[in-house]
Design a protein around this ligand. Sequence first.
Ligand SMILES: [Zn+2]
Ligand SMILES: [Zn+2]
Length: 383
Amino acid sequence: MKLLFGAECPGCGRPLAFTLGQPEEFRCDACGTQGRHPPEVVEQLRKADDLLRQSDARNRQFDGVQRFSLRASGVLLGIYLFVFFVAMVPAGCSAGCAVVHSVGGTPAGVMMMGLPPVILFTSGVLGLLILLWTRRSLREKSAAIPPAAPGAPARCRVCGGPLESTATDVIVRCPYCGADSVVTRGVLAGLHGRLQLATGHYSDVVSRSATAIGSGLAGLVLFPAAVLVVPVVSFLAVASLFTFYIDDREDPPDLSARYVVETVPGVNLECIGLVGRSGGRPSISFGFYPREIGDSGAYTRSLVNGAAPGRMVPITDFVGRTVYWAPSMDPLRERRWTVTGAFKPPLHNGNVLRLQPEDRPATQNTVEIGRAMVCFPPGESGS
Ligand SMILES: [Zn+2]
Ligand SMILES: [Zn+2]
């Protein structure tokens, strides 16, 4: 709330701002009522005026930084919102990854991708609130007292004297007390309903509004930037940690996971299946069909009535073998691969095989059994 020293107008009942420059009389800008103050009011106003004269006028004037804050707070708000939304794009992608991953990933993996966007969003909103609050408080403190009626002058925020202003002025200096006040229409309109009439204690009200207002730069720039930059930096740090360390880590495979080799209909090859559960029932997952089959689904065979699957082997049995596997768009039989390792990445639930193309030994790929279809060339299944 912004304090306005004065009284209710005896003519129209609206708040009437007193003027230190004219301590004996008043004139209502709204209804034109004029009159003289009672002696105790005149005495109080004179006392307040004396206090103001003894204090340094520079305290009630805006320096370069404050002028910059007042003029640029809207632009700073726009810049902040822009950066916030731009930062939310990769964060949103990461959140999407977390959702996708929550189907087959570990809780650690989901958290790793899901937490940074949540933190970034929360701190971004916090920064926005700080910025909005600072901007509002700064505008409120620096604003002139709005005109009491259309066409009437705005009044000095410190002494209540009328301000001369042209339409282009943003900041106007009071000819009587030297205080600066912001007179832009938007700022004055923002005070609507936020003016409080202080009757009596005029010296207190005047000396409070005569003290220097801060530049607000901390709340407009420093804090919002910090709460936005810190999560972005930690987000990038986590992402690079993920790429350079964790995702490349090869933990020993889970040997309790069991695999079978069976012919997959349609593909007509013997493929590796993961023995597990699907929809609560025992089943074997062979992963997604290759593209040439024309079926975008995965092949899963359920084990009816607890029927035992064929010979079950641990994942390490496949190391050193030759297999067919294809990235999503390629035919399954296009390339033969050698299995060079079996391990469990920290952020997956299932084991993966590391494959090396026979014709390009320098490259390699990892595939998760149960999600990717890995099959044996005819006669090489070994079963
Ligand atoms: Zn009036
Ligand atoms: Zn003034």
